[in-house]
Every structure is written in structure tokens, then in C-alpha cells.
Design a protein around this ligand. Structure first.
Ligand code: HEC
Ligand code: HEC
Length: 333
């Protein structure tokens, strides 16, 4: 009799623990890729990436020599700027919040509204936009040609081209493709270490991929489908509709951001209006504006305080455990 009770309780125990455990099948879609995809016409070359890193951090790439890419996409703040809208060349806030450049090797098209097809095309935007770095490509080429180390590097790395608009943009893009979020507790969990994340975070993952519907859009290892959706934020920015007016559902639709290192990247959303992850969860639970363009992929859910905390605990497990970004030494004039 005692034996039967023991067997029964063991069975019950394994049944409940099987319920509580997220199986490998549920985690498989989130496994990190082991290599970075580089385009065939801009293959990885560590020397070009190093040159691109210098250009990325160099204010001489801006008209007033006062802004670099890193001024707004700053590695200390998850490769973003810790402001709702970063200040551009004339010290006025830009129209939208600065997105991260983490994992952009996997992101296309680029910008909140997807108006740039690839990273090379994207990088031209901020350099030449009067509100951002306010330079012309001719001005940048002239200035950088006067820096001996840059002039030599371009001659050596691009023997048939030298320093051109194309080779400058390709160098910056090559560096950006190397900016990949590091290993996080979540990755160790996916890799089979059941103790890598807390049970609260595991419950958060189940909500995220289950009833809360988050993974309808934040899917895959970088937690984005690279699609455009209206998630019902208050505001009047037309988003994707201004780029592609053929689909009425593009109204107020923006590109789904990846969620790696998300806890380092406040404030949130295309307009930077949500100051922390609690505000983000409150939006999804209580703040969604119902309108015709609202994405049908949005779950109509009610989340308790505990549910929201669990989802935030899960999101926190996406932050890399060590980060080691050094600023480059810039060549002297
Ligand atoms: C003054 C601030 C500022 C500077 C300087 C700046 N950016 Fe940006 N960047 C932004 C903002 C704001 C956006 C979003 C604009 C939009 O989507 O309409 C953006 C978007 C991007 C994106 C798109 C990311 C995505 O997920 O779609 C990339 C990549 C990027 N910038 C790279 C760069 C590079 C490379 C430089 C330097 C050549 C640079 N930025 C300079 C503010 C800045
Ligand atoms: C219908 C698709 C969709 C669903 C479902 C969805 N999101 Fe999002 N998420 C987006 C889009 C699109 C944005 C950017 C919206 C904007 O800025 O206008 C976003 C933004 C975010 C951001 C801010 C990212 C940043 O870089 O600013 C976080 C955090 C986030 N979502 C978490 C969640 C969570 C948690 C859930 C589930 C409760 C969820 N999302 C459900 C599409 C979705």
C-alpha cells in the first residue's frame, strides 16, 4: 500500500514537473545562429570591419565634425541613445527614437518604416540628412582623404576603387554586421541548462510564446519577424504607409524591433514614449488604441500584475552576460 502511494506520488510529480518544464521543442526556434550572414558583394573582411568601426566612431564623418554614428547608436546604451528622440546636428530632436544597431546583419529593410533596403543604403541617410550629420558625401571624401591613415587604408583594402562613397558605406556596413548581441542566460537555457533562468522567467516565456501572443511578431532568436504592424500606440506618425501606401494596413505600422538586450535600451517604441518595460507591458495589457489598422496579430488579452512581472523577468534574460566593446583609436589628421 505504502509502495503504491509512493509510485502514485512519483507519477503525479513527474506529470506536474513535465507541465512546468518548457520542452526543447518550444525552445528550438530561438537557438542563436553561429555565423553572421554577409552579402556576397560585401563579404566579411576583418580589416574592412576595423576601418568601418573607425568611421562609425569618427565625428569627421559629420558636416560640423560634432556627431558620429556612435553619438546616437551608443554601445553603452544597447547601441541606442537614452532619450526619447536624440538631438541631431542643430541640437533639435529628430522625428523618431533611435533604434539599436544590434544584430542588424539579420535585419532588412531598415528604419522604423523600412525605407532603406540594406545597410549600405541606410548609412548614407544619416550622413547626408541635414537634421542628422548634415554632411555631403563629397565633403566627407575630401576630408577623410586628407587623413593619411584613412587614405592608405582605402587604397590597400579597395585596390581598384580607393575611397569612394560606395567603399565608405560598405566599410561602415561591414562593421555594423559584426555588432551581435552576446550570450545571455536565455541562450544557455536554450542550450540545455535548465537552471540558467528562474522559474518566473520560464513562466514569462510561456506567456510570451502562448496566451500573450508576443511571439506572433517577436519571433526567432532575435525576436522579430521583420514585418510592419500597428500595435495601437497613440500618435499620428503614418509609419510604413508613407513608404508603401498600397496597403491600408500600413497605417501607423512600424517594424517589429528585436528584443535582444532590451533591458539596456530604454526608452521604447518609434517615438520613445514608453520609459521602461513596465510601461511597455501596460501598453499591451491596457493601453492599445483600437482602430482599423490595428494588427490582427495582437492578442486581446488581460495580463495580471504577476503575468507582466513574469514577462519582464523573461525579457531580462535576453541581456548579454558580458559585453566588451572598445572604442577605436582614430587616425590623426
Ligand atoms: C543624430 C542621431 C543619429 C545619428 C548621428 C545616426 N543615427 Fe542612425 N538612426 C537614428 C534614428 C532616429 C533612426 C530611426 C529613423 C527612422 O526610422 O525614421 C536611425 C536608424 C538607423 C538604422 C536602422 C536600424 C533598424 O533597425 O532599422 C541604422 C542601421 C542606423 N541608424 C545606423 C547609423 C549609422 C551607420 C550612422 C552613422 C553613419 C547613424 N546611424 C547615425 C539616429 C541617428
Ligand atoms: C502585432 C505584432 C506585435 C505583437 C503581438 C507584440 N509586439 Fe511588441 N512590438 C511590435 C512592434 C511593431 C513594435 C514597435 C512599435 C512602434 O514603435 O510603433 C513593438 C515594440 C515592442 C517593444 C519595444 C522595443 C523597442 O526597441 O523599443 C517591446 C519591449 C515589445 N514590443 C515587447 C512585446 C511584448 C512583451 C509583447 C506581448 C505582450 C509584444 N511585444 C507583442 C510588434 C508586436
Amino acid at each position: 500500500m505504502r509502495f503504491a502511494i509512493l509510485v502514485l506520488s512519483l507519477c503525479l510529480f513527474s506529470l506536474t514537473s513535465a507541465w512546468a518544464e518548457v520542452g526543447p521543442d518550444a525552445l528550438a526556434p530561438y537557438k542563436r545562429p553561429l555565423t553572421v550572414p554577409f552579402p556576397a558583394d560585401a563579404p566579411y573582411d576583418p580589416r574592412i570591419a576595423t576601418l568601418g568601426k573607425m568611421l562609425y566612431f569618427d565625428p569627421r564623418v559629420s558636416g560640423g565634425q560634432n556627431l558620429s554614428c556612435a553619438s546616437c547608436h551608443n554601445p553603452s546604451f544597447g547601441w541606442e541613445a537614452p532619450a526619447a528622440r536624440a538631438l541631431g546636428s542643430s541640437n533639435t530632436p529628430l522625428g523618431r527614437h533611435t533604434p539599436t544597431i544590434l544584430n542588424v546583419a539579420w535585419i532588412a529593410p531598415l528604419f522604423w518604416d523600412g525605407r532603406a533596403a540594406n545597410l549600405e543604403a541606410q548609412a548614407r541617410g544619416p550622413i547626408t540628412n541635414p537634421a542628422e550629420m548634415n554632411a555631403t558625401m563629397d565633403q566627407v571624401i575630401k576630408r577623410l582623404s586628407g587623413v593619411p591613415q584613412y587614405a592608405e587604408a582605402f587604397e590597400k583594402l579597395f585596390p581598384n576603387e580607393g575611397m569612394t562613397e560606395g567603399t565608405i558605406l560598405r566599410s561602415i556596413a561591414t562593421f555594423e554586421r559584426t555588432v551581435v548581441s552576446g550570450w545571455s542566460p536565455f541562450d544557455r537555457w536554450v542550450d540545455g541548462d535548465a537552471n540558467a533562468v528562474s522559474s518566473t522567467a520560464k513562466r514569462g516565456f510561456e506567456l510570451f510564446t502562448g496566451p500573450a501572443g508576443c511571439s506572433n511578431c517577436h519571433s526567432g532568436w532575435n525576436f522579430t519577424d521583420n514585418q510592419f504592424h500597428d500595435i495601437g500606440l497613440p500618435g499620428s506618425d503614418p509609419g510604413r504607409l508613407a513608404i508603401d501606401p498600397t496597403n491600408p494596413m500600413n497605417g501607423q505600422a512600424f517594424k517589429t524591433p528585436g528584443l535582444r538586450n532590451i533591458s539596456l535600451r530604454a526608452p521604447y517604441m518609434h517615438n520613445g514614449t514608453l520609459r521602461d518595460l513596465t510601461a511597455v507591458l501596460n501598453h499591451y495589457a491596457n493601453g492599445v488604441v483600437q482602430r482599423p489598422t490595428l494588427s490582427p496579430a495582437m492578442a486581446q488579452i488581460s495580463l495580471s500584475e504577476d503575468d507582466m512581472k513574469a514577462i519582464i523577468a523573461f525579457l531580462d534574460t535576453l541581456t548579454e552576460e558580458t559585453s566588451d566593446v572598445s572604442a577605436p583609436t582614430l587616425p590623426a589628421n
